[in-house]
Design a binder for this molecule. Structure first.
Ligand code: GDP
Length: 195
């Protein structure tokens, strides 16, 4: 896979208006500000492919990027905005859960969590759904540069111990700033594609 070839395809207002369920999809999800846009840009080696949306709430779109004719990257709206009303949060959760259960093209999910604040309730929920749906899971512990290597390792172990033992789960400390974990992530995504 050459992620550098990735191009913006379209934005969908919600999961009910996605393109036809065909080919392969890898979703990207995480709390707002976790570093999802930065990670997408790093993995595709492009400066402005994904842009972080600082506007909370309904207006956030699902952005779809095409790597090649078979594979798309699905940039899901960031969750966890404090300002978003509970009803909107619950609606988002419900629709995401449904989407993950029924979307056949979905091959795997990249879940981004700030290495300093991992495994918030919605992160865990997302991991549970992903396991139920037999998805490949790549957890990026973002902004790893905020910790020294030793502390990174400890946090990695802590996260690992808090999750079920499962071969489907990969956990990688990741830093756009230090270019850490990018190659490893690309290798993991390639291995999903080749399955
Ligand atoms: P998004 O809301 O999940 O798309 O997050 P962004 O990619 O917009 O990043 C949120 C904030 O975290 C921005 O201020 C980024 O500059 C910062 N950020 C992203 N990646 C890193 C990283 O690897 N290291 C550090 N120190 N900051 C990062």
């Amino acid at each position: 896979l050459d992620f550098r070839q990735t191009k913006f395809l379209l934005s969908a207002p919600n999961i009910y208006n996605m393109p036809t369920d065909e080919g392969l999809e890898i979703a990207f999800a995480g709390r707002s500000n976790a570093g999802k846009s930065s990670a997408l840009n790093a993995i595709t080696d492009q400066k402005n492919l994904a842009r972080s949306s600082k506007t909370p709430g309904r207006t956030q779109l699902i952005n779809i990027f095409q790597v090649n004719n078979h594979l798309s990257l699905i940039d899901l709206p960031g969750y966890g905005f404090a300002e978003v009303p509970l009803a909107v949060k619950q609606e988002w959760q419900k629709s995401l859960g449904e989407y993950m259960q029924q979307r056949k093209a979905m091959k795997g999910i990249v879940i981004l969590m700030d290495i300093r604040h991992p495994l918030k309730p919605l992160d865990k929920q997302l991991i549970d759904w992903s396991l139920e749906s037999n998805l490949n899971i790549l957890i990026l512990l973002t902004k790893a540069d905020k910790f020294k290597r030793g502390a990174q390792k400890n946090q990695l172990l802590r996260v690992k111990n808090d999750l079920p033992k499962n071969k489907a789960i990969n956990i990688v400390p990741f830093s756009v700033l230090k270019k850490q974990g990018i190659e490893e992530s690309i290798n993991i995504l390639n291995s999903w594609y080749d399955q």
